[in-house]
Ligand binder design. Structure first.
Ligand SMILES: Cc1cc2nc3c(=O)[nH]c(=O)nc-3n(C[C@H](O)[C@H](O)[C@H](O)COP(=O)(O)OP(=O)(O)OC[C@H]3O[C@@H](n4cnc5c(N)ncnc54)[C@H](O)[C@@H]3O)c2cc1C
Length: 379
């Protein structure tokens, strides 16, 4: 398998990594983590570059990069290199926007996609419910048509970003009796009958996450995305791409965490030596480097497989499983290597460590990923 980037991919890499270093240095996103602020400035700059529309076809105003998963993986590696939370602030909207582009009507595209591409609006996705996370098809919140309107009742949880102004929630709701009979409604977050409650979490402090309560929430019939009872299919369509993007941002962040640790060990002394002169610490870094290389190649192998049009769910699951474990190990070793200083936000390691733990849950837990991998094996 050839892992050489093409000239175009290498140039794109320079462009997005350069952009993130220049426009959104680490001290800014650290500040956003501490203050729980959304990176509005970055979001707008991304919109100005046209990058919010990377997954939207050109005929709908985007750049059409969904046909090149390697280019998209490079983008996610760059936006995640200093913060998985920052990457999520950008990526969460992009996937739902792609769904609206693919299945929405011209009116829905005009109403939701056009302001999104300008950086004036955001999207979020609401699948999880208090009793159903990994078992997403166990969701119970309902939508029923009554006098030409949708009436929605129920309770969603963990809907990331739903509290930000001008956010549209793509809400998966039960519209039939069958296990997978779900539809997706496009719900502006200021819809009467919807209550959005912010949750206080250890991670995703900039994006933020929410509980949603729907009490006879009414929406016009035109709020339906695509067709009735096709919601499960629509949401599953970009699952591999979404998992690939998370894995890409994890290897980006793992590189930064490992570089930070190596720098610290090279600068700090104890017992008359640099910490990096202690072989036990150096070997630990060597082990982390080896694991990171393995995760890196796996991510780009998975991206290449999707690009070739192959069925890549099991390979993508492997990439995300290994990337999340690698980042967690590197951040854990970083916490140990930095001693007490690891506790301070200005060293960033505690932030990487917190976000790394969530990386084993969001976008499919590591247990669910193992089940996907196991299904592809012969037992
Ligand atoms: C910060 C944050 C942001 C989120 N953002 C969103 C969002 O924007 N939209 C959204 O819809 N959801 C979101 N989620 C929800 C997330 O997708 C779920 O947390 C995740 O799917 C796991 O579901 P759960 O937490 O209910 O855990 P559960 O599904 O209850 O799982 C608990 C444990 O049991 C394990 N387990 C479950 N089933 C199996 C099995 N079959 N075999 C082996 N082990 C199993 C799991 O791996 C896990 O370790 C977010 C969550 C968090 C924490």
């Amino acid at each position: 398998m050839d892992f050489q980037f093409t000239n175009e991919q290498s140039m794109w890499r320079d462009v997005v990594f350069g952009f993130m270093n220049r426009e959104f240095p680490r001290d800014k996103l650290r500040h956003h983590d501490q203050t729980r602020e959304f990176p509005e400035e970055l979001y707008r700059k991304m919109a100005n570059e046209g990058w919010l529309g990377l997954l939207i076809p050109e005929e709908h105003g985007g750049l059409g990069m969904d046909s090149d998963p390697v280019m998209f993986a490079i983008f996610c590696e760059a936006i995640g290199k200093d913060s998985l939370d920052t990457a999520a602030c950008i990526m969460t909207s992009m996937f739902t926007a792609a769904n609206v582009s693919r299945h929405g009507t011209a009116e829905q595209r005009e109403r939701f996609l056009t302001p999104f591409l300008r950086g004036d609006a955001k999207f979020c996705i609401s699948i999880s419910e208090p009793q159903s996370g990994s078992d997403a098809a166990g969701a119970r919140s309902t939508a029923r048509l009554e006098g030409g309107e949708w009436v929605v009742n129920g309770n969603k949880v963990w809907c990331s970003g739903a509290h930000h102004p001008n956010s549209c929630i793509a809400m998966m709701l039960r519209t039939g009796e069958g296990r997978y009979d779900f539809s997706v409604l496009l719900v502006p977050n200021d819809t009467p009958g919807l209550e959005v409650q912010k949750m206080d979490t250890l991670v995703r402090r900039s994006l933020g996450t929410t509980s949603l309560f729907m009490d006879d929430m009414r929406l016009p019939a035109s709020a339906l995305l695509g067709e009735v009872n096709k919601g499960w299919q629509y949401i599953g369509e970009h699952l591999d791409f979404e998992r690939l993007s998370i894995a890409s941002s994890q290897i980006g962040n793992a590189r930064t965490a490992l570089d930070d640790t190596v720098k610290y060990l090279s600068e700090r002394s104890a017992f008359g030596k640099k910490l990096s002169d202690f072989q036990v610490l150096k070997h630990r870094m060597a082990e982390d480097q080896a694991r990171l290389s393995a995760a890196y190649y796996l991510v780009y192998a998975a991206a290449s497989a999707i690009a070739r049009g192959e069925k890549a769910s099991a390979l993508v699951a492997q990439a995300k499983l290994i990337s999340s474990q690698t980042l967690f190990q590197i951040a854990t070793n970083g916490m140990q290597a930095l001693g007490g200083y690891a506790q301070l936000p200005e060293y960033d390691m505690e932030r990487y460590f917190r976000e790394a733990k969530h990386g084993m849950v969001g976008g499919g837990t590591n247990e669910i990923l193992r089940s996907i991998i196991a299904k592809s094996m012969r037992f």
